[in-house]
Design a protein around this ligand. Sequence first.
Ligand SMILES: [Zn+2]
Ligand SMILES: [Zn+2]
Ligand SMILES: [Zn+2]
Length: 787
Amino acid sequence: MQKSDPKRVRQEVPRRKLLVVRGVVQGVGFRPFVYRLALEEGLAGSIGNDTGGVTIEIEGPAERVEAFRRRLEAEAPPLSRIDSIAVREAPATGGTSFQIIASEAAGHVNTGIPADAATCADCLRELLDPNDRRYRYLFLNCTNCGPRYTITRSIPYDRPQTSMARFTMCPACQAEYEDPADRRFHAQPNACPLCGPRVWLVASDGVEIPADDPVTAAIDRLTAGEILAIKGIGGFHLAVDATNEFAVMRLRDRKHRYGKPLAVMVRDLEAARELCVVTPQEEELLLTVARPIVLARKRTGCGIAPSVAPGIPWLGVFLPYAPLQHLFFADPRVRALVMTSANLSEEPIAIDNDEAVARLSEIADTFLMHDREILQRCDDSVMALVDGAPQLIRRARGFVPLGVPLSPQVSESGSPPLLAVGGHLKNVFALARGRFVYQSQHLGDLENLTGLEFFREALAHLMHTFEIESEVVVHDLHPGYLSTSWAKEWAAERNLPLIAGQHHHAHVAGCMAEHGVELAIGLALDGTGYGTDGTIWGGEVLIARLDGFDRFAHLDYVPMPGGEAAIHEPYRMAIGHLHAAGFDVGSPELLDLLGCKEPQVRILRRMIDRGLNAPLTSSLGRLFDAVAALVLGRGVVDYEAQAAIELEGAAVDEPDDSGSGYPLELFPGDWSARKPATISAKPLWKELVENLHAGVGKSRIAARFHAGVASAFIRAAKSAQENTGIEKVALSGGCLHNRRLARLLRTGLEDEGFQVFQHRAVSPGDGGLSYGQAAVAAARLGYRASS
Ligand SMILES: [Zn+2]
Ligand SMILES: [Zn+2]
Ligand SMILES: [Zn+2]
């Protein structure tokens, strides 16, 4: 008896399957990819966008369908992200062709607009190929790369909704756009020199400078030491030659920014390695499609002007991500460029041509303009490798508006549509719905109307993008934040309920929500945040649930003489701490160490003694400030967290040596009576000042300080565990940007048997706060979606 070939039998019975794909699968070349895949596997069926992603129907021999299913995930386009694939059997129809179905938007949109992506290798090859029709064309892109979020007005993500609408595609571009087999099929910003945007040069008075080749003319000016304002993807950059100290100082003088480190763009990885010691993980970060600025260890004598990143051992480096930037670096004269957001101190980045000339004519010598309008301001994102894992310091271009999932533990059905407005400094708001939180780009400090205007503009855009109509508004507990008063007003106008979230609980809840932790000991190590007792918190050990918390322990309160002013002038915090530790702050030796005059100190002491304008704080960030003021003489800061960053930098070459820490004392509280334990820094100051007098090196003192702080909080966590039995610790707050502290805490806690959780997809600092606020609100509302 002859056996039939089982393969043949299966081939004769066509199978049809319905695949519902969720994730980032629209506007990223997913449909042409699926089309090609179906053709290669000889399958019939269709693909269409739906409101939550794409739906694919596929029909053919079972093993072909299986191969298709496998390759769908394995070979998905670089900008796509598959969150889930639901597969259903369907009756075969006998169809023989594969079609891309035109889509209609209906219902909720969960895919929105993709993030901006760096020029891909294929486009880069065309850019530098003299025989290509897009040779040296500054606006080339394809479905795998190019601007997205920043050029889109509203959904659906189609050309008429982008700032490319005014450019009519030439026949060649149109043919690419319509060909499912082409890399530019439905690439919305598709363009070429014949039909797309152009660049030109403008003097600081706004008058065009004639130039046959504006890019080369711009490079001539840069190499001559000029400050160039360059219109980019998410806004204007101010650029100078990073190897020219005079040019960098001129930029600093004109921007009135002296301390804040400036980011440097270099040609490629090799060039980055010349400037910094780049680890393989950092190389990976540099090459991600978001092309973030990566903080890496600076090499001494690397040729970068000293005033690019004064006082710290790191340099923010990044690689070109737009064709224009690639062309700059194709010129051998360009080695490294300072590329900093074009704005006046904390104002939002400039995006409009006329706005740029009006706002920047006092800073830039020349402007390189283009006529592709930027519709969403977006700074460059900043990342660092912290304790072996990538961490977001500023989440903006390349990440926005990608959603970050909320773990199912937050609430069974996710979050109701809500708006979380974030905090005060480094504001980022978030919209949430269901399983996802959509954070805005970094908006800067919400201190004035310009900042608020940017907030409103970005909110309107993001609400529209995801069609989220908030049903709840979440804000920080701080009554004085502009974000709080704005939230109250906005909610009142719409008759929406408000939820106030305690700052440090939101930090910790964010970390828990990322990892699906429902109950944890939360270490919120931060700058400032309003506490439930009206003081300023920031060195907190919380017993945290997603919907609430108890305060188990905190750094002992010290006065902040002058309130807010103490944040900008760390010497005030040193006086507050030293006074609290029993030192005579008017003594000549302390005055000498702090670089203060006696009358100055007398005023501050009076504030403290009378309790006038000297609010109490348990902030760890302020303790870092105080130590930096005394040890490094950093009495006044030029940018937020400068003192703490320099203190971390001072210790960079010291071994971790966790046993060598300065002593901090843990005073037990009464857990059952809800009386928190306190961690006193007094003994730390005694030993630190002795070390200073004994001439111990600053790097050693800085290292001992970090080790002492880490071990004090580990002891507090241990005590919390003994009281509650909780063995999970969530680390959050701005101090977790500190590599040494993050490392010491994680290793020390693990040695004590804790399971440690750190932020991955959102920032531990205030840039991640709105994600945590959304998690807290979703958990409190215990949302049950109707569908
Ligand atoms: Zn491309
Ligand atoms: Zn064209
Ligand atoms: Zn904070």
